[in-house]
Design a protein around this ligand. Structure first.
Ligand SMILES: Cc1cc2nc3c(=O)[nH]c(=O)nc-3n(C[C@H](O)[C@H](O)[C@H](O)COP(=O)(O)OP(=O)(O)OC[C@H]3O[C@@H](n4cnc5c(N)ncnc54)[C@H](O)[C@@H]3O)c2cc1C
Length: 423
C-alpha cells in the first residue's frame, strides 16, 4: 500500500522478508522463545542467513547484498512482526557489521564478518556495564597491554545474545591513565567466547525473551592485538559510527511491530459487538484506531527519512536517527497500548499476542540508549546546527509589533545597562 516510499530494490527485499516472516517462522517457535524455553534463537538466525537476509548493506564479497539503508529498513519493518527478541538477532549483524566494514582489518572481515553473515558465527555487542549504560564512556572493564595481546577483565550486563554468541564486540578501557580524556579511554575489540569468558543467563525479563540476554564476565581473557577494531583508545570513534545502525535498527522493526498489534485490534474491533453493533462503530474506538494508524504512518515516514539521511551521509544524521529512535519507540508504545485497550479484557490475556507486544515494546524506549539520552543528543546537536545556521533565514524576531531592545533582558547585566541608558 505504501510502495511509493520504497524504490524497486527495497520493495523486492521487503516482499522477500514478508514472505519469510509469513510462512517460515513457526508461531510455536516464538512462543517457546517467550516461555524462555529457547534461550537463543540460533535456528532462526541460521534461517535468516540461509535466505541471505543478514547484513544487507555490506559488500557481496563478505556475504552482504550491497543494498542501502532504505532497503534494510524495509526488511526490518517486516521482521518487526516477529517481536523484539527475534528482531534483535536479525539486526545484530547489521550493527556489529557496521563497525567491521568501516574499521575492521581484512583479516577481521574474513574471520568474523563473512561467517557472521553466513549464519556460522553469532555476535553480541557488549557495551553496558553493571555500573551504568548511559554513562558509556565511564566503562570500567579494562584491558592491560601485554605487548602482542591484551588481558581483559570486567563485567558487562544485559547483553542480548550473551547466551548464543560466538564472539563479543566489546568496549573496554585501554587507556588506564587516571586523567585520560573521556573520549580517549576506551577501545573496541573482538573477544572470542573461550577461556575466561563467563556467561550467566539470569534475568527474568518482562519481554524480549529468548534472545539470550545475559551477564558476561571477562576474567583475565587473553585477546590478541589483531582483534582491536579501529584505533587504540579510539573506541569513541567506533561507538559514534555504530550509534547510527543501533538507533535505526531499534526504530525500523518497531514500525512493523506496532502494525502487527494494530492489525489484531482492528480485526477484533470489526467483529466484536457491544450494544448491538461492532465496537469499531463507536467513535471512542475508531478514533483510537485512527490515531494509531497516524502514528504508524508518521513513524514510517520518520524511519525512511532517517534511512535516506544515512544513505546520503547527512551532516545532521546523529540528530535525525536519535529523533527517529525516540519518536518511533514512543509511538510504538502508544500503539500497542491502543491495541490492548481496543481488545479490552481479552487483550490483557495471552489469548492474543498483544500482551507480548506490550511487554516487548516497553524495552524499545530503554535499550540502545534510553530516550532521555536521545533527547540529550537531539538538543545538543540541534543547538550546534542552530548556531551555524542562524542568519540564513529571515529574522522573524524583527517582525514583532514592538521590537523593543530595552525589553529584551536576559540577565542582570542587561537590566543594569538599560537602567543606565534610561537614567
Ligand atoms: C533486555 C535488554 C537488552 C539489552 N541489550 C543490550 C546489548 O545487547 N548490549 C548492551 O551493551 N546493552 C544492552 N542493554 C542495555 C541498555 O542499553 C541499557 O539498559 C540502557 O542504555 C540504560 O542503561 P542502564 O540500564 O544502566 O540505566 P542508567 O544509565 O542507569 O539510567 C537510568 C535512568 O537514568 C536516566 N539517565 C541516565 N543518565 C542520564 C542523563 N545524562 N540525562 C538524562 N537521563 C539520564 C536514564 O534515561 C534512565 O531513565 C540491554 C538492556 C536490556 C534491558
Amino acid at each position: 500500500m505504501d510502495d511509493f516510499m520504497l524504490d524497486e530494490t527495497a520493495r523486492m527485499i521487503r516482499d522477500k522478508v514478508r514472505e519469510f516472516v509469513k510462512n517460515d517462522v513457526d508461531p510455536e517457535y516464538l512462543r517457546r522463545m517467550d516461555r524462555d524455553e529457547i534461550r537463543y534463537p540460533r535456528e532462526l538466525y541460521e534461517a535468516y542467513a540461509r535466505h541471505q537476509l543478514l547484513g544487507l548493506r555490506f559488500p557481496k564479497e563478505y556475504g552482504g547484498r550491497e543494498m542501502n539503508w532504505v532497503a534494510e529498513c524495509a526488511a526490518m519493518e517486516e521482521i518487526g512482526y516477529l517481536g523484539t527478541a527475534a528482531g534483535c538477532s536479525f539486526v545484530m549483524p547489521s550493527i556489529v557489521g557496521e563497525a567491521l566494514t568501516k574499521f575492521g582489518t581484512e583479516e577481521q572481515k574474513r574471520k568474523y564478518l563473512r561467517p557472521m553473515l553466513q549464519g556460522k558465527l553469532v555476535a553480541a555487542e557488549a557495551l553496558t556495564e553493571p555500573r551504568g549504560g548511559s554513562d558509556f564512556f565511564g566503562a570500567s572493564s579494562r584491558a592491560k597491554d601485554m605487548g602482542d595481546h591484551f588481558v581483559v577483565s570486567g563485567m558487562k550486563r544485559f547483553i542480548v545474545g550473551a547466551e548464543g554468541a560466538d564472539f563479543f564486540f566489546a568496549y573496554v578501557r585501554t587507556n588506564l591513565e587516571e586523567n585520560a580524556p573521556v573520549q580517549a579511554r576506551i577501545s573496541a575489540m573482538l573477544i572470542d567466547r573461550g577461556p575466561g569468558v563467563e556467561v550467566k543467563y539470569l534475568y527474568g525479563l518482562m519481554g524480549t525473551r529468548g534472545g539470550g540476554t545475559g551477564r558476561v564476565v571477562f576474567r583475565d581473557v587473553k585477546v590478541p592485538k589483531a582483534n582491536l577494531v579501529g584505533p587504540l583508545h579510539g573506541g569513541a570513534l567506533v561507538f559514534n559510527t555504530m550509534m547510527i545502525p543501533e538507533r535505526l535498527t531499534s526504530a525500523a522493526p518497531c514500525a512493523g511491530g506496532m502494525k502487527a498489534a494494530l492489525d489484531v485490534a482492528m480485526n477484533y474491533a470489526d467483529r466484536r459487538k457491544a450494544f448491538g453493533r461492532p465496537i469499531r462503530k463507536f467513535q471512542a474506538v475508531s478514533f483510537m484506531i485512527a490515531r494509531a494508524q497516524t502514528l504508524i504512518d508518521a513513524s514510517r515516514a520518520t524511519v525512511y527519512q532517517a534511512a535516506r539521511a544515512a544513505d546520503a551521509g547527512a551532516p545532521n544524521l546523529r540528530r535525525i536517527v536519535s529523533e527517529t529512535k525516540k519518536f518511533v519507540t514512543e509511538a510504538a508504545w502508544e500503539v500497542v497500548n491502543v491495541a490492548m485497550q481496543v481488545t479490552g479484557g481479552i487483550g490483557y490475556t495471552d489469548v492474543y499476542p498483544i500482551e507480548r507486544a506490550v511487554r516487548d515494546m516497553r524495552l524499545a524506549q530503554i535499550w540502545t540508549g534510553t530516550n532521555e539520552i536521545m533527547s540529550a543528543m537531539i538538543q545538543h546537536d540541534l543547538y550546534e546546527e542552530f548556531r551555524t545556521e542562524r542568519g540564513r533565514y529571515r529574522d522573524f524576531e524583527k517582525d514583532a509589533m514592538h521590537d523593543d531592545a530595552s525589553e529584551k533582558i536576559f540577565d542582570d547585566d542587561d537590566m543594569w545597562k538599560v537602567y543606565e541608558v534610561e537614567a
